[in-house]
Design a protein around this ligand. Structure first.
Ligand SMILES: Nc1ncnc2c1ncn2[C@@H]1O[C@H](COP(=O)(O)OP(=O)(O)OP(=O)(O)O)[C@@H](O)[C@H]1O
Ligand SMILES: [Mg+2]
Length: 119
């Protein structure tokens, strides 16, 4: 099993929910977060260049993002990556990022089921 952590622009949330529903994932966890990537939260419009023109050096700026966590069987991972990219690519910085990590086990508290059966 793998955990997929998807950080995206908030306006893409409904599309991502549909993708995860379509692949029949067992559940998902969502949070709204603040974050930055390599541009440290600056954009073409309000980034370093503009701030330097104003006479000060910008510090890290955090932008609102949505974080979706989903744990799935290994074979679903590449499909999710492809569909998320299809939906979220605008070509502009800040489109988001996907992190993937191994999950050792899952336990459904109600029944005691473990592993894939518990997803
Ligand atoms: N290395 C990182 N560690 C933790 N979170 C990150 C990391 N990189 C990006 N994020 C999270 O992902 C969000 C989106 O990042 P973003 O799309 O700007 O990545 P990027 O690497 O700067 O790519 P791009 O150049 O396309 O903007 C950030 O707001 C932050 O929440
Ligand atoms: Mg970025």
């Amino acid at each position: 099993m793998k955990e997929i952590i998807i950080l995206i622009r908030p306006e893409k949330l409904e599309d991502i929910k549909k993708i995860l529903d379509d692949i029949n994932c067992g559940g998902m966890t969502l949070s709204t977060v603040m974050g930055c990537g390599t541009q440290k939260g600056t954009t073409m419009e309000d980034g370093d260049v503009v701030n330097e023109l104003k006479g000060f050096k910008t510090s890290i700026n955090l932008l609102p993002k949505v974080r979706v966590e989903v744990v799935v069987e290994d074979h679903k991972v590449e499909t999710i990556i492809d569909k998320v990219r299809e939906t979220c690519v605008t070509g502009h910085v800040g489109d988001g990022k996907i992190f993937i990590r191994n999950i050792e086990d899952v336990i459904r508290i109600r029944t005691g089921e473990r592993g894939i059966k518990a997803l």
